[in-house]
Design a protein. Structure first.
Length: 154
């Protein structure tokens, strides 16, 4: 990873962390707490989607940060599958859409066969949310599949 890519990735992660802190302070009533661990796959999937959606929403990133986030969080074989899907569907394979959602949620869907599965719910405006199944390798902590059924359902 080049130093420029590392710097862009670091800036994105800091932006997410600072954004979460600002959200917690701005909420009415008791402050919200968001926590996680780099060893926890659900946290890593949530970190990826939060940072990726923030980067895609920012017109100043010009694709650099989203590309760096993909390279860091997604396994090479999955990146190839995403590229094929994107060429066929003319949309973003991580989001399965042509635009960026304004809201996301990650829910643990269990573990099996050395992988963790999560359901990622993406919401755009008043439309019904889209649910994706994201599988992460428990050993490498890399996303190995993004789709509508997950590896357990294929």
């Amino acid at each position: 990873m080049s130093s420029k890519t590392r710097a862009v990735l670091t800036a994105g992660v800091l932006a997410v962390a600072l954004g979460l802190g600002a959200t917690a302070q701005a909420s009415a009533g008791a402050p919200r707490t968001v926590s996680g661990s780099p060893a926890d796959d659900i946290t890593r999937i949530a970190d990826f989607y939060g940072a990726y959606i923030d980067a895609e929403s920012d017109p100043d990133t010009a694709g650099e940060l989203p590309t760096a986030l993909r390279a860091y969080y997604i396994a090479p074989a999955c990146l190839k599958k995403l590229a094929a899907w994107e060429n066929r569907e003319h949309a973003d394979g991580v989001l399965r859409a042509q635009n960026t959602p304004f809201k996301w949620k990650v829910t643990d869907n269990g573990t099996a066969d050395n992988r963790t599965e999560a359901v990622v719910t993406l919401t755009w405006g008043s439309n019904s949310p889209t649910k994706l199944v994201v599988d992460m390798n428990r050993r490498t902590h890399k996303i190995i599949d993004i789709g509508t059924t997950g590896l357990g359902g294929k």
